[in-house]
Design a protein around this ligand. Structure first.
Ligand code: 5AD
Ligand code: SF4
Length: 454
């Protein structure tokens, strides 16, 4: 691909407006929000909807197919036919920046800044350099330093993300995360409790604890005792004004007894578990370097369900891992039926350069992957609809997250993370007790009973 434009030449006007475009996982959404706050602190304001921004931050994800190619076409779209005065200043952030920063700087001269996920607290300084005409790359991976350098949260939506852990030591053979986000690091307990309190003061009612491998979080509580994720969840349970706690994403290897018990004991911990299995076949799981088998995964879920019988289970799947046969894929369909997922994400395997699976023999043809993905998604969809149908008639609380399409209509989430909509005189962030009255594949209609908090 041709370079997109010439590098910018100084002087550059300092940007007045920005837009952060985040792709991929929730951790990127969190990082994107934090970068926006850094830019706010610098006096730059979000570009109004529909208007061009002076600075565009592309906060990239490396997990999906052709992630890097997508960045180049986005850069092309942003700069095509524009003079330097009209074209936005561009920063590339996130995991593609981490993995391919130098390449991006070479191939896309229109990019002024490349900043990795562990270095984005330095974005304001890099921006000053960019205004002075200096292109800058920062893909250092210092442990967790960025969090200390970030501004305090001032405003929060009713649902907020809180990154508690980053990186992953699991080295699943298909995955880039251990290379792009580095080794597992846990943020300190007291920082997290403080940030959670700050988020609640800023308006959050629900906090989702984030980590590539969140169940591996560990720390020391205020008395210096070693605690795992369950200990952190119990501490957040004591934060006044916080109504709901969730966490994602977990690995079966790190789910301990305390976390299982917490699901039965902590009222604020929502009855939802995202626990990727990836495949239902033991040979494939071994080739993926997953440390569980189909059976050990099912037994683990039984223990969670014993602690919290109404638990909604969600997962991730990869179809067409190198060498996957039709019979092996059918084991994946079987595990979907055995678990009865309330929700799941499914992906076609896509080779990531530098990972062991990328050079494995027997890459599965695309048509075969397409066909398997369709069958898998049909299976997941059947269980998701059945789960939603079984919820009809239940009374539960819905946390309002946004307005619906029609006037007076509201959209929120049930404890089981289903989207529910209803009408009435409410506001964002209200927790409304409803009866679930009608199920669709992706949402439920609800009827409000009483308003619980304003
Ligand atoms: N190909 C396809 N899917 C992948 N995932 C991670 N790496 C790949 C890959 N190379 C999926 C896994 C993981 C989710 C976040 O993305 O299912 O759990
Ligand atoms: Fe990637 Fe998750 Fe495996 Fe870690 S546990 S290597 S993040 S798929």
């Amino acid at each position: 691909m041709k370079p997109t434009t010439e590098p910018r030449t100084p002087p550059n006007t300092a940007p007045k407006t920005y837009r952060v475009k985040s792709f991929g996982c929730q951790m990127n959404v969190y990082d994107g929000e934090r970068m926006a706050e850094l830019l706010d602190e610098k006096g730059i304001t979000p570009a109004p909807e529909g208007e061009d921004a002076d600075l565009v931050v592309l906060n990239t994800c490396h997990i999906r197919e052709r992630a890097a190619e997508k960045i180049y076409s986005d850069i092309g779209r942003l700069t095509k036919g524009k003079t330097q005065e009209k074209a936005p200043m561009i920063a590339v952030a996130g995991c593609v920046a981490q993995a391919e920063g130098e390449e991006i700087m070479k191939r896309a001269p229109a990019v002024s800044m490349v900043v990795g996920p562990q270095a984005y607290h330095r974005l304001p300084d890099m921006l000053d350099k960019a205004v002075a005409g200096e292109r800058a790359t920062d893909t250092d991976m210092p442990p967790i330093a960025k969090f200390d350098a970030l501004p305090k949260r001032r405003k929060s939506a009713p649902t907020a993300f809180l990154t508690v852990q980053e990186g992953c030591d699991k080295f699943c053979t298909y995955c880039v995360v251990p290379y792009t986000r580095g080794m597992e690091i846990s943020r300190p307990y007291s920082d997290l409790v403080r940030e959670a309190q700050g988020l609640v003061e800023a308006g959050a009612k629900e906090i989702t604890l984030l980590g590539q491998n969140v169940s591996a979080w560990s720390g020391e509580d205020e008395k210096g005792r070693a605690v795992g994720l369950a200990g952190l969840i119990r501490a957040l349970d004591r934060v006044d004004g916080l109504e709901r706690i969730r966490y994602t994403t977990s690995h079966p290897a790190d789910m301990d007894d305390d976390l299982i018990s917490a699901h039965g004991e902590v009222a604020k911990l929502m009855p939802y578990l995202h626990l990727p299995v990836q495949s239902g076949n033991d040979r494939v799981l071994k080739a993926m370097n997953r440390s569980h088998t189909a059976d050990s995964y099912l037994r683990l879920l039984e223990r969670f369900r014993a602690a919290r019988p109404d638990l909604a289970i969600s997962g991730d799947f990869i179809v067409g891992f190198p060498g996957e046969t039709e019979a092996e894929f059918e084991d994946t369909l079987r595990i979907v039926d055995a678990v009865r997922y309330a929700h799941a994400f499914s992906f076609k395997y896509s080779p990531r350069p530098g990972t062991p699976a990328a050079t494995m023999e027997d890459q599965v043809p695309l048509e075969v992957m397409d066909e398997r993905l369709q069958r898998l998604q049909a299976g997941i969809g059947r269980h998701q609809l059945a789960f939603n149908e079984a919820s009809v008639g239940k009374t539960c609380e819905v946390l309002i997250e946004r307005k619906g399409k029609l006037p007076g209509q509201w959209l929120g989430k049930t404890p089981w993370l289903q989207s529910a909509w209803f009408e009435g005189d409410y506001a964002l962030g209200d927790l409304v007790t409803v009866e679930l009255v009608e199920a669709n594949p992706n949402s439920l209609a609800a009827r409000p009973l009483v308003k619980v908090t304003a």
